[in-house]
Design a protein around this ligand. Structure first.
Ligand code: E4P
Length: 216
């Protein structure tokens, strides 16, 4: 299970990377806008200097030619850039072309198993089903991950399943149980994975007992 951080905040990326468990980064136009960055290429250069694993950079074009043109420019930034392409017809056409040029793609905004199959057939390197946004509309997002992982294994698709739109630690745990390849999470959720109240209480008591012994 690879752990990615879902943010465009450089401090969060540095801190998660320092924990020694970061395998990659996903960004999207909304996350970049939240940080107020206008120079996207400069931001990506900085992210790629911190993280060695895959860094997803999303295109803004919605037509095949535009997506391919943007992708060819973005991959010049660093070797670990993966092009995030929306799951629309024009996006799938572009994924086919980009994969024939060995440009890695992360097909984003996936909400159904049929979309995931098409992305794999087009040659996607990563598929990003959004679980939290499905939960938001009363559909069990993790059921989608279960279906995609099962279908991909039946056909031997090599496209990696990246669980996106993660809102809490149970999304991560279920993703692990289902054998998803990657889970991208906000910094807050990565921190939540570490914490357990019994760990904190246990540690506090160990230290208290040790100090009592020293002072006896
Ligand atoms: C994935 O790559 C997306 O950036 C992300 O997970 C979207 O999450 P949200 O639904 O919390 O915006």
């Amino acid at each position: 299970m690879k752990i990615f951080i879902d943010t465009a905040n450089l401090n969060e990326i540095k801190e998660a990377n320092d924990m020694g468990l970061l395998d990659g980064v996903t960004t999207n136009p909304s996350l970049v806008a939240k940080e107020g960055y206008k120079d996207f290429k400069d931001l990506l250069t900085k992210i790629c200097s911190i993280v060695k694993g895959d860094v997803s950079a999303e295109v803004l074009s919605t037509d095949c030619d535009g997506i391919v043109k943007e992708a060819r420019e973005l991959v010049k930034i660093a070797d670990n850039i993966v092009i995030k392409v929306p799951l629309i017809k024009e996006g799938l056409k572009a994924v086919k072309i980009l994969s024939s040029e060995n440009i890695k793609t992360n097909v984003t905004l996936c909400f159904s198993p049929s979309q995931a199959v098409l992305a794999a057939k087009a040659g996607a390197y990563i598929i990003s089903p959004f679980v939290g946004r499905l939960d938001d509309i009363s559909y069990n997002g993790m059921e989608l991950i279960d279906k995609i992982t099962r279908i991909y294994s039946i056909y031997g698709f090599t496209t990696q399943v990246l669980v996106a739109s993660v809102r809490h630690p149970m999304h991560f745990v279920e993703a692990c149980e289902m054998g998803a390849d990657i889970c991208t999470m906000p910094f807050k959720v990565i921190n939540q994975l570490v914490k357990h109240p019994l760990t904190d209480i246990g540690l506090e008591n160990f230290l208290k007992d040790w100090n009592k012994l020293q002072n006896s």
